[in-house]
Design a protein around this ligand. Structure first.
Ligand code: MG
Length: 296
């Protein structure tokens, strides 16, 4: 099931895509059909739903074609526009990327022995087809698989992690490299306004294989720059969620960016940083493509 947040008739709505992905069925309509009160936003839906409700939504949306809206008539926003706290990120979680940036981001570490965690502000996260504000300070792209936590949990065992995941989406961890180097900590350089595009959809875990081995790519103006598979993560999804949850409670709606593969602008000699007007396509197999543009 593909869930999205969109604007239609000047109002924010939640919806689910039809099988052909060309139409949206409003969640309000589905919940009313199920005689349930509709969630007020995506965070509320994630918090209040469970696998039975998701199955019901999925089944009923298959027979509600007459209530669907053409996707071309809606404006898709980030699925979660205002995360309830800063986004948790992993640094250097693909070996080829760790090598390409060695010594360039204020440290000389090679492959991490333990996950490198940091956070990123998205206030708000921007959505599909939205504009990222140009920043002269060596702007870069990082396509990443985002985990959406579905259920509160602490000290989660690796074997139980999938129970705590709601689904997945695509994010691009836009970064200002010179700021990143200057401040040593990465927070500011990755938290500038519009630096967190996300979406277009949250794909519920039931629509993806249980082992998340998905192709992940980023194109700049049609040129393939990043090309990998999430099976190449140094610390995989069960490890990340279990490790993060040790003595630190995770909450439904938490967003975790799992890191980016090689091919970022900084990794090229000379670097290929983003320029005004560039088109960024962030693709993950089974989820879709998130398109963004750098402002002119
Ligand atoms: Mg990143």
């Amino acid at each position: 099931m593909y869930l999205l947040t969109y604007i239609y008739d000047d109002k924010y709505n939640l919806g689910t895509l039809t099988k052909e992905k060309d139409k949206v069925i409003p969640i309000d309509v589905i919940y009313r059909e199920l005689k349930m009160s509709p969630p007020k936003d995506m965070l509320d839906l994630i918090k209040t739903s469970n696998s039975t409700i998701i199955k019901k939504i999925s089944n009923i949306s298959g027979i509600m074609y007459n209530q669907a809206i053409d996707i071309a008539t809606v404006k898709i926003t980030a699925p979660i526009r205002y995360p309830h706290s800063d986004i948790i990120c992993l640094g250097k979680n693909y070996a080829d990327h760790a090598k390409e940036v060695m010594g360039m981001t204020s440290d000389n570490l090679g492959l991490p022995k333990y996950p490198i965690y940091f956070s990123k502000r998205a206030n708000p996260a921007i959505g599909d087809n939205d504009i990222i504000k140009y920043h002269t300070d060596s702007m870069d792209y990082e396509v990443e698989l985002a985990i959406i936590i579905g259920k509160d949990g602490i000290n989660i065992n690796k074997e139980d992690v999938s129970d705590y995941i709601f689904g997945y989406t695509i994010a691009n961890d836009i970064s200002a490299r010179r700021l990143q180097k200057k401040h040593i900590q990465w927070y500011k350089a990755k938290s500038l306004d519009t630096f967190c595009p996300m979406g277009p959809y949250i794909v519920h875990k039931s629509s993806l294989p249980s082992k998340i081995n998905l192709d992940i790519q980023c194109y700049i103006n049609g040129e393939l720059r990043q090309n990998s598979n999430t099976s190449n993560l140094i610390f995989d999804i069960p490890y990340i969620v279990s490790d993060l949850s040790k003595n630190m409670k995770l909450y439904s709606g938490d967003i975790i960016l799992t890191g980016t593969p090689a091919g970022v602008g900084l990794g090229y000699k000379p670097p290929k940083f983003l320029k005004r007007g560039d088109k960024i396509e962030s693709f993950i197999e089974g989820i879709g493509t998130l398109v963004n543009y750098v402002s002119k």
